[in-house]
Design a protein. Structure first.
Length: 753
């Protein structure tokens, strides 16, 4: 079991919202949250089950209702004086969080069954969370608090999660007062001299830790003695780090366990028997702990690092494990993460030539930043051991590169498909070749020309069909020159949005639109042009910006000409991705600002010709030319709004792109919706999942469509939209009809009466 005095992840106030309680439940992964009053007295508990029953019964918005309305007001608890046996017996019978109360019913600590996770403050460390990266400053400040603050700032910029220090009370720690070295071995003498010269006062270390917390880093410190540990606890920091040298220091470990805070213990210089003994102590004290694999040589030889021991260490500790490295370079911590390390500790310095053992094994800020980047990339690459699924990029390339089943000859409705009626051809838009046996013997419900694809709907009848849809706002269909008439005639769109390829710019549109149409017109500019040019008005290369502006002008010219064939009575629009992508790494804030300035400058060279230009919101990881890039502009909602207002250009709010951006940036999609809708001239409605899963069918991704359509009805009741489902046009537009059917239901439920 674990007993912790850090109750923050497990409690909410009774006047906080139910939504906030659910956030805590999701975060702490205990299935429940304790509810306290303003005096921190226990007044209730809310579980997943309590919430489900409450929402079904009440049907109200959890964002605005206080948790006191939904909680169970008869929570179970034990007294703070309960014995470990009593607590264990309770936890054996009950899941969730057990509050331990003082005689005034204040929540003093929480107990729960051990799992392989723990918290440093509100930061959860587990197999499902990003690696907790510690920048070990230690004594690298060389006794200079100003240098210490520079190291803290460098750690933040490099991407660390935590800045860690060391604190010693020399009289408590060493056998000679004030760390005097007379009579000591040569190595000890050197080390004590260095420590004495490099140490800071307690108040100075606490000041550095406060500074780290103020700028956004979790502060930790290694207390080398009980006096230092007490000082850290009294000041109120979230946990302790124990150095390898103290793994066998049972008096210190027992002292630390009494505080009830999480403890990270390094295991360098220790035998396995000693590790087992320390784990038994920590476990018996109901401590929340993690173990770090470590080789305590400075620098350590690669052959001695033995990363495979991480697996054994996890088995011994039954806890999260990590790696504390003293080797040269940045590659070993990355490998450790791939092998299961959830904490990485590495020294940071501004100058490796400074005096002291730690500087030579430390990373410079740029090296630390590279290590963090490689760790994050490795985490992304590790993925899951669940059944394999195609990535977004693979789906795009599968469409272009793989093969499909097509009709070997003209086939009429009502015939039974024979093996000789089927051929295997590229591209991969239709049924995959391994489904050939499923197709043979099926009776066709439609006529198919030679070379046309067989689709899933030829195997199983679709449930959604085209019809006249009823929306209180303008809606349209995404179309191409070759299929607009087929799709438009199946329903009642108000406008058509032509998605152009660069080859379409060279076609005579009058051959496809021979007469005037009673629709409004939107044109979606290509992203890719001849000679592998990706339209990019933000490019750092002037020739690319100029070429992009010329191509955009061609799109506008074509739209202006096409508009003469449309009688919708609405100004024609061009939706365009204005650029700002990079191949190898994302841009920092300063370069993003310059990128927006370059876009605004280039747009001055583009003549609108009666067409409204709409800047499309973009995803964090766009797919261009068969591979993934980084998108830097029009991703952050706040930056996009600033651009819109500065450039006096409305946006096309691509809902999937912005949802992916919010997922990546860890920002609220609801807040983004409030920001973007008022500056929007048009929307693309489509679902999304994760950070790059775009183009999903409505209700099959992360977006809450009830909430979103409610905000659209409230803030922009006349804003136009299309359903931009990936491959929605195939199978007779089946993806569009399904999306429109679902959107019609959502909009009707949220219409303002």
């Amino acid at each position: 079991m674990i007993i912790t005095k850090d109750t923050l992840p497990y409690t909410v106030r009774d006047d906080e919202s139910v939504a906030r309680a659910l956030e805590k439940i999701d975060s702490n992964r205990r299935g429940s949250v304790l509810v306290s009053d303003s005096e921190n007295r226990l007044v209730g508990v809310l579980t997943d089950g309590d919430f489900r029953r409450w929402i079904v019964k009440e049907g109200v918005d959890p964002q605005i209702v206080a948790v006191s309305k939904a909680m169970n007001s008869s929570p179970r608890s034990l007294s703070l004086s309960a014995s470990p046996a009593e607590i264990r017996n309770y936890l054996a019978r009950n899941q969730g969080i057990l509050p331990l109360l003082d005689n005034m019913d204040h929540i003093v600590s929480c107990a729960f069954s051990r799992e392989e996770e723990f918290f440093i403050g509100s930061r959860r460390i587990s197999a499902d969370d990003p690696t907790f990266i510690i920048a070990e400053i230690g004594l690298n400040h060389n006794g200079d608090i100003s240098l210490g603050k520079q190291l803290v700032e460098a750690a933040l910029i490099a991407g660390a999660d935590c800045a860690k220090f060391q604190l010693r009370d020399m009289d408590s720690l060493y056998r000679s007062s004030e760390g005097r070295t007379y009579g000591e071995d040569l190595g000890v003498e050197y080390t004590l001299d260095l420590i004495r010269e490099s140490s800071l006062q307690v108040s100075e270390v606490l000041e550095l830790m406060d500074y780290a917390q103020a700028i956004g880093l979790t502060p930790l410190c290694t207390p080398w003695d009980q006096v230092s540990a007490q000082a850290l606890f009294d000041f109120g920091f979230p946990g302790f780090k124990v150095a390898s040298a103290d793994l066998t220091n049972e008096p210190l470990l027992e002292f630390l366990c009494e505080f009830g805070l999480p403890i990270i213990v390094s295991t360098g210089m220790s035998t396995e028997a000693e590790i087992h003994q320390t784990v038994a102590l920590l476990h018996g004290s109901a401590a929340s702990y993690a173990l770090l694999h470590c080789n305590s040589a400075y620098p350590a030889a690669y052959k001695d690092l033995n990363l495979n021991y991480l697996k054994r260490l996890a088995e011994i500790g039954q806890c999260p494990v990590g790696y504390s490295g003293h080797e040269r370079g940045t590659s070993i911590p990355v490998a450790a993460v791939a092998m299961g390390a959830r904490i990485v500790e590495k020294h940071i310095t501004l100058d490796k030539s400074m005096r002291g053992n730690d500087h030579v094994v430390s990373l410079l800020p740029r090296e630390f930043e590279q290590m963090v980047r490689d760790i994050r990339n490795t985490e992304d690459a590790m993925g899951t051991d669940k059944p394999r699924r195609l990535s977004q990029g693979e789906q795009l390339n599968r469409l272009s590169l793989s093969k499909s089943l097509v009709a070997a000859q003209d086939l009429h409705e009502g015939v039974e498909v024979r093996i000789t009626d089927i051929a295997v051809k590229s591209p991969g838009r239709g049924i995959q070749p391994n489904r050939m046996r499923d197709l043979v013997g099926k009776v066709l419900r439609r006529s198919i020309e030679q070379g046309d694809f067989f689709f899933e709907s030829d195997l199983t009848p679709p449930t959604d069909v085209p019809k006249d849809f009823s929306f209180t706002r303008p809606w349209g269909l995404p179309v191409r020159f070759h299929d607009w008439q087929f799709l438009a005639e199946k329903s009642n769109p108000d406008f058509l949005e032509f998605h152009l390829s660069y080859r379409d710019l060279d076609l005579d549109f009058e051959n496809f639109i021979p007469k005037k149409l009673d629709y409004s017109l939107v044109v979606h500019s290509p992203d890719l042009f001849h000679n592998d040019l990706i339209l990019d008005l933000a490019s750092q290369k002037e020739d690319i910006r100029r070429a992009s502006a010329r191509e955009l002008q061609r799109v506008i010219d074509l739209t202006s000409a096409m508009a003469k064939r449309f009688n919708g009575g609405v100004q024609p629009k061009v939706v365009v991705s204005l650029g700002g992508s990079s191949l190898d790494s994302p841009w920092p804030t300063e370069e993003r600002n310059k990128g927006y300035e370059r876009v605004i400058s280039e747009l001055k060279n583009v003549e609108p010709k009666g067409v409204e230009l709409l800047a499309q919101t973009l995803p964090p990881y766009p797919w261009y030319m068969g591979g993934q890039r980084y998108c830097n502009l029009f991703v952050d909602p706040a930056e996009t709004v600033i651009f819109s207002e500065t450039a006096a250009i409305r946006i096309c709010f691509d809902v999937a792109h912005t949802k992916l951006a919010c997922n990546s940036l860890k920002k609220s999609f609801e807040d983004a919706t409030h920001l973007l809708l008022p500056v929007s001239g048009h929307t693309h409605l489509v679902d999304a999942a994760g950070v790059d899963g775009e183009g999903l069918q409505i209700d099959e991704g992360d977006i809450n469509w009830q909430l979103f359509t409610e905000k659209m009805n409230e803030l922009t009741p006349t804003l136009s939209f299309i359903p931009e489902i990936w491959q929605g046009h195939i199978e007779g537009g089946l993806g569009f009809w399904t999306a429109l059917t679902r959107l019609e239901s959502h909009f009707k439920k949220t219409e303002i009466k």
